[in-house]
Design a protein around this ligand. Structure first.
Ligand SMILES: Nc1ncnc2c1ncn2[C@@H]1O[C@H](COP(=O)(O)OP(=O)(O)OP(=O)(O)O)[C@@H](O)[C@H]1O
Length: 371
């Protein structure tokens, strides 16, 4: 099922949660809405589900209009054939797994045999074979989450909405369930929209990621595109880029660190966008002997902090007053190096992105202070 959202706006009183948002999600695609707390992810989902009435816009699934502000169409939530799995999985503890999953079908008064067949299928799909008669209160968090999934799937929804479906689980389980979810979504050919604020989860689950800020989509693309080419420093920051340093343009292929006379070479950049930041991931910087000695982008600095992380280590290297770089290194480097030591660091040209602080369409909005 293809989901089409056009010019959606939702306000809660005076505060605008979703601003003129348009989005298309293809049949069988997993789209992840990613962004900071309060940017409007859940509100967008609630509009699709029919749990909120937007002020403006249109929502359709496979050409069928579910909501249209202009034409006064607003199909009630229970008639949208949309499955929902939310953070709090709302499993009834006094019922068995079977009864929990069967509940929505029984509400629809389907024949007993059909209920049994579909529930068994759904339980198998989520990997809970053998748990049908187990009381729901005797399940682990991950198993409960699976029951919630099964209860949605059993309705054979055309679209699944999953709002932070894994956030109540511990790291290991979250990791396993997200692989299962991805596999399940592909196998059933489900069109799915996820909400998360965990960038790693987004990268793992998505065919496409829509980055949201202040109720808008500021960038949309495949996970590798978003990860590799964020449009702004604030998106890069959200995606875990550790080094975001204010710079000023020097010429078409070089910038200077603000407050210093240090210049570095970079790939061509757009200098019309106002304040600029050089963004570089900690893992892309070469440290110590790995840094080529004679190179324009090799700088010298002092190690001001060192964090041993087991297999790897992070170093903070001060290259000028007020300019510090986080750099990943090996545990051997951590063993060899001490705070206060001077080291070389190399910033490969292709690993540096010079970006505006905010995405262009957002910059004005942020300046207006309308957030
Ligand atoms: N019921 C409500 N009444 C008033 N304001 C609301 C309501 N629900 C959300 N908001 C506001 O709308 C904005 C968007 O909220 P929303 O829950 O969509 O964000 P989110 O991106 O899902 O955040 P989180 O990651 O924290 O869940 C926020 O500023 C929030 O405070």
């Amino acid at each position: 099922m293809t989901i089409k959202i056009e010019n959606l706006t939702l306000s809660y009183g005076d505060s605008v949660a979703v601003r003129n948002l348009s989005l298309e999600i293809e049949q069988g695609e997993a789209l992840v809405l990613l962004g900071q707390s309060g940017c409007g992810k859940t509100s967008t989902m609630r509009c699709i589900a029919g749990l909120e009435t937007p002020d403006e816009g249109r929502i359709s699934v496979d050409g069928e209009v579910l909501f249209d502000a202009d034409r006064g169409v607003n199909r009630p939530s229970h008639k949208r054939n949309i499955g929902m799995v939310f953070q709090s999985y709302a499993i009834w503890p006094h019922m068995t797994v079977f009864e929990n999953v069967a509940f929505p079908l029984r509400m629809k008064k389907l024949p007993k045999a059909e209920v049994a067949r579909r529930v068994e299928e759904a339980i198998t799909v989520v990997g809970l074979d053998g748990f049908a008669e187990r009381g729901a209160s005797m399940l682990s968090g991950g198993q409960m989450q699976r029951v919630a999934l099964a209860r949605s799937i059993v309705m054979e929804p055309s679209v699944m909405l999953l709002d932070e479906p894994l956030s109540n689980l511990d790291a290991r389980l979250r990791h396993r369930l997200r692989t299962d979810l991805r596999e399940l979504q592909h196998r059933l050919g489900l069109t799915a929209v996820y909400v998360t604020h965990d960038q790693e989860e987004a990268l793992a689950l998505a065919d496409h990621i829509a980055m949201m800020q202040f109720g808008r989509i500021v960038q949309i693309g495949r996970p590798d595109e978003i990860y590799g080419r964020p449009l702004s420093a604030s998106i890069a920051d959200f995606l875990g880029v550790a080094n975001i340093i204010p710079v000023r343009p020097l010429d078409a292929r070089s910038v200077g660190f603000e407050g210093t006379d240090i210049g570095i070479q970079v790939e061509p950049y757009d200098d019309r966008a106002g304040e600029l930041r050089a963004c570089i991931r900690a893992e892309d910087i070469l440290l110590g002997d790995d840094a080529p000695a004679e190179s324009a982008n090799t700088l010298e600095g002092e190690i001001v902090a060192r964090e041993f992380l087991g297999a790897t280590a992070t170093f903070r290297v001060r290259i000028a007053p007020g300019v510090e770089l986080d750099v990943f290194g090996t545990k051997q480097q951590a063993n060899r190096t001490r705070e206060g030591e001077r080291v070389r660091v190399h910033l490969p040209v292709e690993a540096i992105q010079v970006l505006p602080t905010e995405a262009p369409e957002l910059a004005e909005h942020v300046r207006e202070g309308a957030a």
